[in-house]
Each structure stands twice: as structure tokens, then as C-alpha cells.
Design a binder for this molecule. Structure first.
Ligand code: PEP
Ligand code: MN
Length: 341
């Protein structure tokens, strides 16, 4: 349930309502909105009697929340959540692009790719230091050395960096280096990792589990928000289906559904959806056309030598072309949306 306070309700009034809710055994959380504060009632067993709160000083209205997720829900927060990292803004209608290799392999490799993607207009650099590989015999990432390389890339290029966290025990270490923490598809329902991410001071990018429903994905984001971290970006990266013509199937309609259900920004990673290079650019265009809040693209200067995901990594020159074209599509998408309203 959501208790919407009147415009200009004082802190005392808000605290009073929270105390009253807590006395009744609920957990209440203030949610600042555009021009007024709401109070979300969490942890209620069964329905909450709106009558307890209606008519109290400062209360404008009481709205039932019909969804199992609360903090991530648009019912609870109507305004988009905005996540700012460096110059990139996720959730304000712009199209920031994260780019880089699947894995950090060496300083030379990371710097060469980072310089190329920056030149093409990428706003964040990505690269895995801890890699979730299907086979234990595949390259597992450079670990801390990879993080140190990321820090060097940031220093030399000024690009903020994104990297995946697979284990709770690495969280402190990754937080020292990364500007955005990625939780990958395989860990979307690793609840202890999600709770730790919720305590983090850096924003979190939560990828959709490879067979997760929209509800499961949003509930996973709820775990992070419930612990206090409101800076969450969702990332659609394709789901597993019966098809063989791509690694996964990019679920573009989920972008529309997420935007309806949640205020969190949602970006698209067409690289892991496609699995093959030639599908990445068209899928990036389509993602922009449906209103994605950003893109994440794998790029490698020598993809044939890449230690992971070479087949789906774009050459820098292809990435440059992608950036040029996707920005035109983004402008058209914005113009079309403007015409509609
Ligand atoms: C990645 O981004 O390199 C990655 C492993 O992604 P996913 O978790 O979507 O497979
Ligand atoms: Mn990858």
C-alpha cells in the first residue's frame, strides 16, 4: 500500500505516519516523488486497512499496491529513476552506450579498445575481470589484475567502468574499482549477492536471468532496492528459446512491459542476445526504436583472438558505424514519441 502525503507535508507528519505504521507491525519507507512524498508499506501480511491512515493529518490518499514488487513498481513511484554515471544518464530519454570487450585480457587490449570506443562516443567502458564461464577450462578472467587494468583505463580515458561481480566475497574489491556493478544473467536470483548489492554505494546493473519472467526479474531488483540501493539499471540480454539462429532471443517487448511496470531504467545488450556479430547492429537499432534507456555492446580490436565472446564482438570500425546510425534512430524515436503526445 502507498500512502501519498499532501504537497508540503512536514517531516514531522511523515515521521508520525511511519511510526504509526510501525506500531501496527508494518515496515514503512518514505519514497520522495516529484513534488510530494509517499510512504510505501512493506512487509504487510495480507491486506492493510487503508482506513487506519485515511484522514490523518498530511495524508492525501491511500493507494493499494496490487503488484508483488513494491519499491521497483511504477505504482509506488511514477517518475523515472535516473541513474547518472560520469556523463551518462540512464532513464532521462537519452541513449548512453556502454562498450568494451567481454573480458579484460591485458592492459594493451583494454586500452586499445577503450580508446576506440571512446572515440566512437561510448560513455562507459565494460570488461569482465571475473568471468562466469560455462566450462571450468575456459578463461576465467584476470581477477584483481583485471580490476587494476580497469582503473588504469578510467584514468587514461576518463570513462567510468562497468564490471561483473559473481561472488559476494569479491564485492568489496570490485566496489573499490568499478563505477557500476554488473550482476549477470546466471546470478539474477543469487539472493545473497542481490542483498549485498543493495548495500553498495555504487549503482547496480541487473541483467535478466536467461529464463526469468518479468516478475522474477523485477522481484530480483526489489531485493536490491529493499536493502537501500535505489540506483538500479535493468538490462535485457536475451532469453533462452528453441531457436538456433542466435545464441538467445532478444525480448524487445519486455522493454515496453518494464517501462509500464517499473520506474527503473532498462537497457539492452544485443551482443549476448545475438551471439553472432552480424545481428548486433540491427538489434541495437531495434532496441533504440522501442525506447531502451541505453545499450551495452561488446567490442574487440582483435575478436578472432578474444578469450571470450569473440564471435559476437564488433570490430571498432563496426562500432563506430553503429554509434553513428543508432543516434539517428534514437533522434527519430524521440521525435516520433514527441509527435504522439
Ligand atoms: C557479460 O556481460 O559478459 C555476460 C557474461 O553477460 P550475461 O550475464 O548476460 O551472459
Ligand atoms: Mn560476454
Amino acid at each position: 500500500m502507498l500512502i501519498v502525503m499532501k504537497q508540503g507535508a512536514t517531516k514531522e507528519k511523515i515521521d508520525g505516519i511511519i511510526k504509526m505504521a510501525e506500531k501496527r507491525g508494518y515496515m514503512a519507507r518514505p519514497i520522495p516523488g516529484g513534488d510530494r512524498v509517499s510512504i510505501g508499506i512493506l512487509y504487510n501480511k495480507g491486506s492493510v486497512d487503508a482506513g487506519h491512515f485515511l484522514g490523518l493529518a498530511g495524508v492525501k490518499e491511500v493507494i493499494p499496491v496490487t503488484k508483488p514488487y513494491k519499491l521497483v513498481s511504477r505504482e509506488v513511484q511514477q517518475d523515472n529513476t535516473i541513474v547518472k554515471i560520469g556523463d551518462a544518464v540512464f532513464g532521462n530519454g537519452s541513449l548512453p552506450v556502454i562498450a568494451g570487450p567481454c573480458a579484460i585480457e591485458s592492459e594493451d587490449q583494454a586500452l586499445a579498445i577503450a580508446k576506440a570506443v571512446k572515440k566512437a562516443g561510448a560513455q562507459l567502458f565494460r570488461g569482465g575481470a571475473f568471468k562466469p564461464r560455462t566450462s571450468p577450462y575456459s578463461f576465467q578472467g584476470l581477477g584483481r589484475q583485471g580490476l587494476e587494468i580497469l582503473a588504469k583505463v578510467r584514468k587514461e580515458t576518463g570513462l567510468p567502468v562497468v564490471t561483473e561481480i559473481m561472488d559476494i566475497e569479491h564485492f568489496d574489491m570490485v566496489e573499490e574499482y568499478a563505477d557500476l556493478a554488473q550482476i549477470g544473467t546466471r546470478n539474477m536470483q543469487n539472493f545473497s549477492l542481490l542483498k549485498r548489492a543493495g548495500k553498495s554505494s555504487i549503482p547496480v546493473m541487473l541483467k535478466r536471468g536467461m529464463s526469468a519472467t518479468l516478475e522474477e526479474w523485477l522481484m530480483a531488483a526489489e531485493y536490491i532496492m529493499e536493502e537501500g540501493n535505489e540506483q538500479v539499471i535493468l538490462c535485457e540480454r536475451g532469453v533462452r528459446t528453441f531457436v538456433r539462429h542466435s545464441r538467445n532471443t532478444l525480448d524487445l517487448s519486455v522493454i515496453l512491459a518494464v517501462k509500464k511496470e517499473s520506474h527503473l531504467p532498462v537497457i539492452v545488450d544485443p551482443s549476448h542476445a545475438a551471439g553472432v556479430r552480424d545481428q548486433v547492429m540491427p538489434l541495437a537499432f531495434a532496441s533504440s526504436a522501442v525506447g531502451a534507456d541505453g545499450l551495452m555492446i561488446e567490442v574487440h580490436h582483435k575478436p578472432e583472438e578474444a578469450l571470450s565472446d569473440g564471435a559476437q564482438s564488433l570490430y571498432p570500425v563496426q562500432f563506430e558505424l553503429l554509434m553513428e546510425k543508432v543516434n539517428k534512430i534514437h533522434d527519430l524515436t524521440c521525435a516520433a514519441a514527441g509527435e504522439k503526445s
